[in-house]
Ligand binder design. Structure first.
Ligand code: FES
Ligand SMILES: [Fe+2]
Length: 385
């Protein structure tokens, strides 16, 4: 976040404190429960959001050097993302062009220049070109140039990597970020490290992961003894950014910075900032590091979700104390969400199928949640991103 934006946000929160206000929506917002239970609606979401749309797939440093790669099987499309010889990022369908088996089965790897299929050994390079067919003379004549891995649109900027899970139009990250580009550029995520990831599965609709993170109304109740003592959710500042959104809440010590002249204020360490990178990632600035919670429907199940939680750190944790610090933050974050948020999410998802209600209600104090669902509605009518 740029310094000017930090100053503006700090002024806004000090004003909230002085006046007892926060960002509010104009009205309450109702959403039909069917967006979580209707199969046809779900199938359209899968097509629009998990095939057609560019998705956030991680930070650049997950694959710092040529030949570094990672796979992603969560969208329903097997995806292979790798750093090419010139430092560019390439993305492919992770499907061997011989008979179509999965080329790379592991989650990630480093410095690999040749990718050999585990079935018959066809081999590709980091540009996806087919470079070797075992026993080529016996196999028969094929045009190797036409048998490269199938490319997927991929873009890398500000340290963020986005991939479209099906072949199609190139990705414009600036447009995708919807006005958040200067802010993401200012963080310097291009030098951040991918510290740790974990994947968990739960019995609820994929949207409920974002629902969990996009309101702070539950902090004084559900997180009474965990998150609530750390942040002041009454000073909530929300802003929309096209498909995406941002809200910020300060840590409880933030008023100390008001004693400094505005131009000297270093506000970022005192903030928790939550971004929604549409449609399925909540990206959180935590004051000392960042994290992402990305949700995917678990295969064809409307009520099952795979969640990938990743922690990004400003430097590689090379000392024991740095490792302990980041690991403790990682463990506390996943434990809090697993013990406090996701059990609620499973109950409310089950509740949707009971017939208890036709609608759910988002309050005036939940503007980010309202905006996310307004955007989903808009996107379900079709978008070109
Ligand atoms: S399927 Fe890959 S080499 Fe045969
Ligand atoms: Fe929560």
């Amino acid at each position: 976040m740029q310094q000017a934006e930090q100053i503006a946000l700090s002024e806004r929160m000090l004003h909230f404190k002085a006046t007892g206000t926060q960002t509010m929506a104009d009205d309450v917002f109702t959403n039909p429960v069917s967006i979580y239970t209707d199969q046809a609606y779900f199938q359209r979401e899968r097509e629009l959001f998990f095939r057609q749309m560019p998705l956030f797939m991680g930070l650049s440093n997950r694959i710092p050097n040529p030949g570094d790669y990672f796979t992603n099987n969560f969208t329903g499309q097997p995806i292979l993302i790798m750093r090419g010889e010139k430092g560019e990022v390439n993305a492919f369908l992770n499907v061997c062009r011989h008979r179509g088996t999965r080329l790379m089965e592991d989650e990630c790897g480093a410095g690999k220049r040749r990718f050999s299929c585990p079935y018959h050994g066809w081999t590709y390079d980091t540009a996806g070109s087919l470079v070797n067919i075992p026993q080529e003379e016996k196999f028969g004549a094929v045009n190797k140039a036409e048998l490269a891995l199938t490319r997927l649109p991929v873009a890398e900027k500000y340290g963020l990597i986005f991939v479209r899970p099906v072949p199609g139009a190139p990705i414009d990250i600036d447009r995708q970020l919807g006005g958040l580009a200067p802010e993401f550029a200012a963080y310097g995520f291009d030098t951040y490290h991918h510290h740790r990831s974990v994947t968990v599965k739960h019995d609820f609709n994929w949207k409920i992961v974002q629902d969990t993170f996009l309101e702070i109304y539950h902090l004084p109740v559900l997180h009474r003894t965990t998150v609530n003592p750390i942040v002041d959710s009454s000073l909530y500042a929300f802003d929309p950014y096209d498909l995406n959104l941002r809200f910020a809440i300060p840590r409880r010590n933030f008023e100390k910075i008001a004693e400094q002249p505005p131009q000297d204020r270093k506000f970022l360490p005192h903030l928790a900032i939550v971004y929604l990178l549409f449609p399925n990632t909540t990206f959180i600035w935590q004051g000392t590091h960042a994290e992402a919670w990305t949700a995917y429907p678990d295969k064809d199940n409307i009520d099952k979700t795979v969640i990938e939680f990743t922690q990004f750190t400003p430097q590689a944790a090379t000392t024991d104390s740095a490792r302990r610090f980041y690991d403790r933050n990682f463990d506390v974050a996943i434990a809090t969400v697993e013990k406090e948020d996701f059990p609620m999410s499973e109950f409310l998802n089950a509740g949707f199928f009971t017939g208890a209600q036709k609608e759910v209600i988002y309050g005036r104090n939940e503007p980010a949640l309202q905006y996310y669902h307004e955007t989903l509605r808009r996107a379900m009518k079709g978008l070109n991103y």
